[in-house]
Design a protein around this ligand. Structure first.
Ligand SMILES: N[C@@H](CCC(=O)N[C@@H](CS)C(=O)NCC(=O)O)C(=O)O
Length: 231
């Protein structure tokens, strides 16, 4: 029987946005573990969003519990992944290895992915400012982070493939693989690096294989229509 510390099978709620690569990581983990949840799609940049009610940082994803649970919302994609793997360890795939060193490696890859996505978000908002108000220095700085992360992902994949391994850490799919697929998938979706598939052939092959799995293909980003000004 599944070991979980929740006392109810009432569904959780994940506040998400249709294009969000951050929330996609959590959606994939919840789906793989067959944890019942409702998807509440929002536009976190608009005044009607519920995100400030649950997260002082006003960002999604946010995991919300049924009212009967009385638990505070959990936010930040990496922290939600942590919540999922720790609270539902025996449900579906573990998504971590159980070995301290390997699991720390997994967390490092999640952090790198999240940092790359944060740089993408910062650079895109800078690019939305009026011409003349944009900082080229700031955009270049974010671009360096994105390129650095892409190179690091490609290197990791090539090392693992040389060892005949399918996944980034350990022998099974983990939250590290999920994080990298969601990050690379967002670079691809936004056509942020149009030549990445030629530059990083190994990464492309690895990515396409995982991205074709059901839980991944069903959660690919879909753009929303932002109506309010943000910057
Ligand atoms: N590091 C955060 C980033 C989340 C994030 O940037 N979410 C965006 C939507 S994809 C958001 O809600 N932004 C609103 C804001 O920054 O005010 C995480 O991993 O959860």
């Amino acid at each position: 029987m599944a070991t979980t510390t929740t006392t109810t099978e009432e569904p959780l709620t994940l506040i998400s946005a249709t294009p969000s690569p951050f929330a996609r990581m959590n959606r994939i983990a919840l789906a793989l573990k067959a944890i019942p949840f409702n998807l509440q799609n929002e536009i976190p940049w608009e005044s009607t969003t519920e995100t400030p009610r649950h997260n002082p940082l006003e960002k999604l994803p946010i995991l919300i519990f049924p009212a009967s649970d009385g638990r505070s919302p959990v936010y930040d994609s990496a922290h939600i992944q942590e919540y999922i793997v720790r609270k539902f360890p025996d449900r579906g795939p573990k998504l971590v290895t159980g070995d301290v060193d390997l699991d720390l490696e997994i967390r490092q890859i999640v952090v790198l992915s999240e940092g790359c996505l944060d740089a993408i978000v910062l650079s895109r908002w800078e690019g939305r400012r009026e011409e003349g108000k944009q900082s080229r220095l700031w955009i270049d700085r974010q671009n360096r982070k994105i390129d650095g992360a892409m190179r690091a992902f490609d290197f990791m994949v090539s090392q693992r493939r040389k060892e005949g391994k399918e996944y980034l850490v350990g022998e099974e799919l983990s939250i590290a693989d999920i994080a990298v697929v969601c990050t690379v998938g967002f670079v691809d979706f936004g056509a942020l690096r149009p030549r990445w598939k030629d530059e990083y052939v190994g990464l492309k092959e690895w990515f396409e294989k995982l991205d074709g799995r059901k839980e991944f293909s069903e959660t690919r980003p879909v753009m929303f229509d932002l109506k309010e000004s943000v910057v």
